[in-house]
Design a protein around this ligand. Structure first.
Ligand SMILES: C[S@@+](CC[C@H](N)C(=O)[O-])C[C@H]1O[C@@H](n2cnc3c(N)ncnc32)[C@H](O)[C@@H]1O
Length: 205
């Protein structure tokens, strides 16, 4: 679901150059100076902000193409004065070629759009060509972590992973939230409050 259009979001993002990375990335220091984590489709950002607060030793990159959601995330980063999260306002497919190869410890996909119609399956974030991209971006032993409320997307990911170099570590149909090692996104909080089961997959490169 698209968030309500927020007029202030783009000016706010543009005004806060200290948290924004724009294509082409000229200064790559952020990628090179700490262990690096990527979230694709961060939405309003509760997940990545929570991880970044708990792990100041890491760097977190949020890629989001919806300006209104990203505006909300940007506000949280600024208000909390976090220096270890950067945002990119762009579609992931355009960002991917600019990202450091084998540069990421983990890639997170939280409640990605399921695109339920078969003719839209190529848009899903776990379509095979994107999985190959994730493999190129992850360091050896790095992880792809997906959570979803959507059984169809969960099954699709498992099918698409077949024949790739990913090794399955976790496959859960009713994931009990791991407070210590995980964080909750806005969508996860909503789905849990409705009593919906959460599907979780973790793969290792
Ligand atoms: C269903 S929302 C979930 C938001 C958040 N991850 C959560 O769990 O609360 C999916 C988000 O992914 C973003 N998104 C989908 N495809 C994307 C892409 N190719 N590049 C960047 N963002 C994308 C959408 O704009 C949307 O904000």
């Amino acid at each position: 679901m698209r968030s309500r259009f927020k007029k202030w979001a783009l000016p706010f993002i543009e005004e806060h150059e200290e948290i924004t990375l724009s294509l082409p990335f000229e200064d790559k220091t952020f990628f090179e100076s700490a262990p690096l984590y990527l979230e694709i489709g961060s939405g309003k950002g509760d997940f990545i902000v929570s991880l970044a607060e708990r792990h100041p030793e890491n760097h977190y990159l949020a890629v989001e193409r919806d300006v209104s959601s990203l505006g909300t995330l940007a506000k949280k980063i600024v208000e909390k004065e976090l220096t270890n999260v950067k945002i990119v306002y762009q579609d992931f497919d355009k960002v991917a070629p600019e990202l450091p190869k084998e540069g990421f410890k983990t890639i997170y996909l939280n409640f990605s759009d399921p695109w339920p119609k078969k003719r839209h399956s190529k848009r899903r974030l776990t379509a095979k060509p994107r999985l190959e991209t994730y493999l190129s971006l992850l360091e050896k032993g790095g992880e792809l972590r997906q959570k979803t409320d959507n059984e169809g997307l969960y099954e699709f990911t498992k099918e698409e992973v077949e024949g790739t170099a990913f090794i399955n570590l976790v496959d859960e149909k009713d994931y009990v939230f791991d407070e210590e090692n995980d964080a909750m996104s806005e969508y996860e909080r909503n789905f849990r409050s409705e009593g919906k089961p959460i599907y979780r997959l973790i793969y290792k490169k």
